[in-house]
Write a protein that binds this ligand. Structure first.
Ligand SMILES: Nc1nc2c(c(=O)[nH]1)N[C@H]1C(S)=C(S)[C@@H](COP(=O)(O)O)O[C@H]1N2
Ligand SMILES: [Mo]
Length: 201
């Protein structure tokens, strides 16, 4: 008889420590979103930064691609309980955008805007972390349409619904505003290590 041992995904002891409570390891990258996959034309695509900033701006795709690049090796955790470890993203560090925007003192939260009206909210203190990037590549290839082509946010320290796919802009605001899933009862803070999955009441 062949043993089934060793047939499942192999997770090292070191990797196990990186899987938050209540999550399981997945080798494949699941696709998850509300609605349909938007068709995006790079000729008309833009990325807007507005709200509590000194320099509201709009990047064309060419302008965005000309920004300094950053690579990120990280793990991602979806609230539906899958975690994918050791992913490689590439794109633009959020700090590059924040520096150019020139945040006002009043900018305390961000509303992340994506195609079809999807939004996600984050405090500025969570957005402005050294592992937050606007990614146009994952695991060495451009994002597929399913995973957010041409651009998505990646916020590894929060459940993955905060990582908007098909992202089109950042709006800086003085007070917090719940995003799409947050309005449907998902936890506002979404820290996987604290299992902040759903909000109470
Ligand atoms: N625009 C948009 N971004 C989104 C979503 C969505 O419905 N629309 N779903 C979120 C959720 S719940 C998850 S788990 C991740 C899934 O990303 P993936 O399909 O690349 O794994 O995208 C997030 N970003
Ligand atoms: Mo998710």
């Amino acid at each position: 008889m062949t043993s089934f041992l060793g047939r499942g995904p192999r997770v090292s002891e070191e990797q196990k420590k990186r899987i938050p409570p209540g999550q399981y390891f997945t080798e494949k990258w699941p696709v998850l979103h509300y609605g349909s996959v938007p068709r995006v034309d790079l000729k008309t695509w833009d990325f807007k930064v507005w709200g509590e900033v000194e320099n509201p701006s709009e990047f064309s795709w060419a302008e965005f691609k000309a920004l300094p690049r950053k690579s990120l090796h990280t793990d991602i955790h979806c609230v539906t309980r899958w975690s994918r470890l050791d992913m490689d993203f590439e794109g633009v560090a959020i700090q590059t955008i924040l520096e150019r925007a020139g945040l006002k003192q009043s900018a305390r939260f961000v509303v992340v805007h994506a195609e079809q009206g999807y939004t996600a909210n984050l405090p500025l203190s969570v957005l402005d972390d050294d592992d937050v990037i606007l990614a146009d590549m994952a695991d060495g290839v451009p994002l597929s349409p399913d995973h957010g082509y041409p651009l998505r946010l990646v916020v590894p320290k929060r459940y993955f619904w905060k990582s908007a796919k098909w992202v089109r802009g950042l709006q800086f605001v003085p007070a917090d505003r719940p995003g799409f899933w947050e309005r449907y009862g998902y936890h506002n803070d979404a820290d996987p290590w604290k299992e902040e999955r759903f909000s109470e009441g």
